[in-house]
Design a protein around this ligand. Structure first.
Ligand code: PMP
Length: 362
């Protein structure tokens, strides 16, 4: 757990988390015995083949998935779903509080009719019907820490023949993935794993690949090609094997800590955060230990820089969710504090004391 303490009070975990030694070791391990996956027949390559497939199984188990496709991050997984989905009516539903990784790929598809709703179950009930092809939404929000009732949204989708793509970037690290989905997108670096590797978990391999190239095909002629029928058709070119090893090590590490324990710890940290912020301007309500706020009259970036001077790492701005943050009423952005299971009561107290001092300046 040593590497899970930083030399600053690290409260920017929604951006990326700290890395345990086991994850760092797993990454280094690959570079000591490197080879390509799914290509050469020599012993080193066979070892990499085996470890990549073991990692796939471990990550799949972690999120209860039938299939796992390696991606660069949650963003790439979301782009893969939105661009590769076999639309019939070209109708999608999403919410105003989504990350740009959801909103931008949807907005770029000018051929789609995108209905944007508020993130409430009542709003979902009002729009999901059999004319909709796809629903894309977060399970846990990266600004307010709000949880959505994915089980109910999934049921609504299933009843109407709609596919549900869950943006799990902020959910998979914090809560047990005990909810159903058709597609689930997440990043290793937000769950103690390395950067540059993420995954798309899916129940059926029914998407068009985003990128084609080496490793995706069964047969190629000069005028045609046949894609492989399995996960490999989505993994063109040499992949981030060190990252994949580190991703599996991160899942193992979180399993050892226990996802229930992580969720419980975050609930108590969230209560402390809410108390520390109770005198300031807060936005929305949430359950995990991620919250946004402003000090009255204080520009958010100034507050974040002053916290930085005091050795406290937070983030400020719109958190790649500008329409959502504006909709919540913070036209100039906010400060975001995001704790993870390795943070403690003292970290939140240090934050609270620092904010009291900074608030006096405005
Ligand atoms: N969705 C949400 C809710 C996020 O918080 C983030 C990361 N801030 C992403 C998607 C994108 O994750 P990544 O940058 O790792 O692709």
């Amino acid at each position: 757990m040593e590497s899970l303490r930083s030399d600053v009070v690290y409260l920017d975990n929604a951006c990326t988390t700290l890395k345990p030694q086991d994850v760092i070791d797993a990454v280094v391990e690959y570079y000591k015995r490197p080879a390509c996956h799914g290509r050469s027949a020599h012993a080193l390559a066979r070892e990499v083949n085996e470890r990549v497939e073991e990692a796939r199984e471990r990550v799949a188990r972690f999120v209860n998935a039938k299939h796992i496709i390696w991606t660069k991050n949650a963003t790439e997984a979301l782009n893969l779903v939105i661009n590769g989905f076999p639309f019939r009516n070209k109708k999608v539903v999403t919410t105003i509080l989504e990350h740009h990784a959801v909103l931008l790929p949807l907005l770029r598809r000018k051929d789609l009719e995108v209905k944007i709703i508020e993130p409430t179950l009542e709003a979902w009930e009002g729009v999901i019907d059999s004319s909709v092809d796809l629903a894309v939404t977060f399970a846990v929000n990266n600004t307010t820490g709000q949880k959505q009732n994915i089980k109910e949204i999934y049921k609504l989708c299933e009843d109407n023949g709609v596919k549900l793509c869950v943006d799990g970037a902020q959910a998979v690290p914090h809560l047990k993935t005990d909810y159903p989905y058709h597609y689930l997108c997440f990043s290793a670096h937000k769950m103690c794993g390395p950067t540059g590797i993420g995954a798309l978990a899916l129940s059926e391999l029914d998407l068009e690949p985003l990128v084609l190239g080496g490793g995706t095909v069964k047969e190629v002629a000069i005028d045609r090609y046949t894609l492989l029928p399995h996960e490999a058709k989505y993994e063109a070119g040499i992949q981030h094997y060190a990252g994949i090893f580190g991703f599996a090590a991160a899942c193992k590490f979180l399993e050892q800590v226990g996802m229930e324990q992580i969720a419980e710890k975050e609930r108590s940290l969230r209560m402390l955060i809410d108390r520390a912020l109770s005198e300031y301007i807060t936005y929305g309500k949430g359950e995990v230990a991620t919250a946004i706020f402003n000090l009255p009259n204080a520009p958010c970036h100034e507050v974040a820089l002053m916290l930085d001077k005091k050795g406290i790492a937070v983030r400020s701005g719109y958190f790649c969710a500008q329409p959502g943050v504006m909709w919540l009423g913070a036209k100039e952005g906010t400060v975001r504090v995001s704790a993870y299971f390795y943070n403690n009561e003292e970290d939140i107290k240090v934050l609270g004391d620092a904010l009291e001092e900074i608030a006096l300046l405005y």
